[in-house]
Design a protein around this ligand. Sequence first.
Ligand code: ADP
Length: 192
Amino acid sequence: MKHFIIIGPPGAGKGTQAKLIVEKHNLRHISTGDLLRAEIKADTKLGRKIKAIIDDGNLVPDEMVLKMIKSVITKNPHVSGFIFDGFPRTTIQASDFDSHLKSLGMDVNGVISIIISDDIVKDRIHHRAMIEDRKDDMNDEIIQNRIATYHAKTEPLIDYYKNQGKYHEIDGNGTIEEIFTTISTLIERLSK
Ligand code: ADP
């Protein structure tokens, strides 16, 4: 079973690319943002707690996300692989995930990092705010908090995966199709 991770700042295009990748490479898409938003939509007690955190642009607790991820993996024993979008977002999530995969005799196959400037990220999120109804996309202060959180909490994953020889950078400034072609070629190479 293959495990690919796509990381990048909010608005970098992770979700867009992940959806294209699953179609072509027969992988299952796991977006922690989508899983969390589904919990919010269900309007459970947990969902309401999560909503308050996400609306402020903060990260939900590691244990919560890890539990969700492990449950999806357990429920899909027959898929050929996964593409994780929005996970891991902290080094704690990454190292716990590594231990979990190891206990199942598996491994992360590759990490694809979309590189894009903070200014372009802000433009893209403003654009997305007009299309999708996401409260966390509508307020500049919250967007800024998410970008700062990315630099502080998620960027350390770059070194974490570089040390494992699994890190691959992609320029996020091209068109959707250009970026997809680059990622596809990379996934094919890493799948061999
Ligand atoms: P974006 O990448 O544009 O920020 P996501 O849909 O990936 O959008 O995430 C939306 C929000 O969900 C994040 O700002 C964060 O609050 C929460 N979230 C998503 N994934 C994680 C994660 N792995 N750990 C903690 N919080 C997460």
